[in-house]
Write a protein that binds this ligand. Structure first.
Ligand code: BG6
Length: 523
């Protein structure tokens, strides 16, 4: 580390002991043959192991229906790891050492005998902590959450009344239901066998460094928070754009659409962090209380407002990066007359003192020109005197952009004098880049989330009331769309920034989308 690096290190204020390790435990992955295990969970655990962050000892058991042995499962995962690992090349010695902790338990999710075999494997480790500290990761369909919890409970592997220091927790993946009613039903089912404190609902966006940084940025700096309200903010744009289409996930997507797939969870999570009030403490419940409060302050949409405030879209064949791409209706497992939305843009208002009257525009879509997630806080323009009087709308208003991914960082745009004899002004940028400041180390969201779940810290997970509140907005919109077919104005060519109706949504009050820029455009 150079001198400057050492100085930076001295300035770090650590809020938690980074070297705190969770107690020894076993992670049981249900549905271990699925994509998530090979793509995300095992690579994340491999990296945690490499960074010496996994508990010692720690065991991982894959539970699934297919016939496999410990050895064949290890081999299978080892073969695909190079493809999914964030560090390359994979270190074979490290993998070999890590893989000794992987075990496989074959069984059907509703077969009590399979859970008894699981229990035997756990006791077979010969360590009470490994047998009683359990992180049960349900990488299965939500319709199976209840039965897995019930079987675990019946086998004594999931106890509501477990006494510390032992613990059992259940981690569930989205989609958490498909509307308010089904989310409530799922919650009711799970809480029959585990209390709320044992249930960890994942939204992987909360595991992203840049998303966590939203709270740090807002509440560890004095200057921005002063500006963070309707006094200074004109409007806010939250964009999560993706270059890819639905690929092989057509079947799932036909049921979900962009609204359920992205808006119900990731976009509302980012919105709540951007707009919430300061929590009373950094405790998980204080933070989650504020997030729920914010979600509850979103002005409910009346059915007749949906058409004015929500735009949906679906891509047709086009080109992304010069490559021909099929239309959504031509994708595998998609109905040829599907009306499912692959794009959504919404205008929301938050009815509280801080944000009254400030539009929040949220948009997400597949097959857009760029994959990028960012929050743009657009400040009010200057009064129409001096430079503004001369330049008119060409004088840019200030903007602060939080680039969540890629090219993670923050940019502040303000105006400056163009050097030279003439009087000319143009926007310039002040940039913070994660890469330049901290180096290229960006852990995968799942690394952080798994670690927090093992440590029992629920801050980065979604609480019961949070998930239910987040569904209500989505439900109203879906009910309004019902089976109405898409109109021509709602289609967009793959490789463009969505349907024209989305531009009109902003233009109606003199706003315009500011598209994320690619790294090359920016430099
Ligand atoms: C998932 C959605 O939750 O998030 C996907 O199901 C989407 O459709 C993905 O592609 C986006 O996540 P990220 O981390 O790539 O922005």
């Amino acid at each position: 580390m150079d001198e400057l690096g050492q100085l930076d290190e001295l300035m770090v204020c650590r809020l938690s002991n980074d070297h705190r390790k969770p107690a020894p435990c076993t992670i049981v992955i249900f549905g271990a043959s699925g994509d998530l295990t090979a793509r995300k969970l095992v690579p994340a655990l491999y990296h945690l192991y490499g960074d010496r962050l996994l508990p010692e000892p720690c065991r991982i058991i894959g539970f699934a229906r297919r016939e496999k042995t410990d050895e064949s499962w290890r081999e299978e995962l080892g073969t695909v790891l190079p493809q999914f690992s964030r560090t390359k090349p994979v270190d074979p010695a490290r993998w070999q050492a890590f893989a000794q902790n992987l075990f496989y338990c074959q069984g059907d999710l509703n077969d009590p005998a399979a859970y008894r075999r699981l229990a035997e494997r756990l006791t077979g480790f010969g360590d009470e902590q490994l047998a009683r500290n359990l992180l049960c990761y349900l990488a299965v369909s939500p319709s199976q959450f209840g039965q897995v919890a019930e079987q675990l409970h019946a086998t004594g592997l999931l106890r509501r009344d477990e006494t510390p220091p032992f613990w059992q927790r259940v981690v569930v993946e989205k989609p958490f239901g498909h509307d308010v009613a089904s989310a409530k039903a799922l919650n009711a089912e799970l809480t029959r066998f585990a209390h709320e404190g044992q249930i960890f609902r994942i939204d992987h966006y909360l595991g992203k460094e840049t998303v966590q940084n939203i709270l740090m940025f807002r509440f560890s700096n004095a200057i921005f928070e002063q500006l963070w309200s309707r006094q200074s903010v004109d409007h806010v744009q939250i964009t999560v754009s993706e270059k890819l289409g639905v690929g092989t996930r057509g079947g799932y997507y036909e049921e979900a659409g962009a609204l359920r797939d992205m808006v119900q969870n990731h976009l509302q999570q980012v919105l709540s962090l951007v707009a919430m009030e300061p929590p009373v403490s950094l405790a998980a419940e204080s933070i989650r209380d504020e997030k729920v409060k914010l979600l509850k302050s979103i002005r409910p949409l009346l059915p007749q407002q949906v058409a004015q405030q929500v735009v949906r879209g679906q891509y047709f064949a086009g080109q992304v990066d010069g490559q021909a791409c099929p239309g959504y209706r031509q994708e595998t497992k998609v109905r040829p007359d599907s009306n499912v939305e692959t794009y959504v843009a919404l205008k929301l208002f938050i009815d509280n003192w801080r944000w009254s009257g400030v539009p929040f525009y949220l948009r997400t879509g597949k097959m857009l020109p760029l994959s990028a997630s960012e929050v743009r806080v657009q400040f009010r323009p200057t009064p129409n005197v001096l430079f503004a009087a001369q330049c008119g709308p060409r004088l840019e208003a200030n903007a602060l952009t939080l680039r969540l991914q890629p090219n993670e960082g923050i940019a502040l745009r303000f105006n400056g004098k163009v050097p030279g004899a003439s009087t000319a002004v143009r926007p310039v940028r002040m940039q913070f880049s994660y890469d330049a400041e901290f180096g290229a180390y960006t852990p995968e969201a799942y690394e952080r989330l798994l670690l927090e779940a093992m440590a029992g810290d629920a801050t980065l997970f979604i609480r019961r009331d949070e998930v239910e509140t987040a569904w209500s907005l989505v439900d109203t919109i879906r009910a309004t769309w019902a089976d109405t077919p898409l109109t021509n104005r709602e289609f967009y060519a793959a490789g463009t920034w969505g349907p024209v109706a989305a531009d009109d949504l902003l233009a109606a009050i003199g706003h315009a989308w500011r598209h994320p820029q690619s790294v090359t455009e920016r430099s």
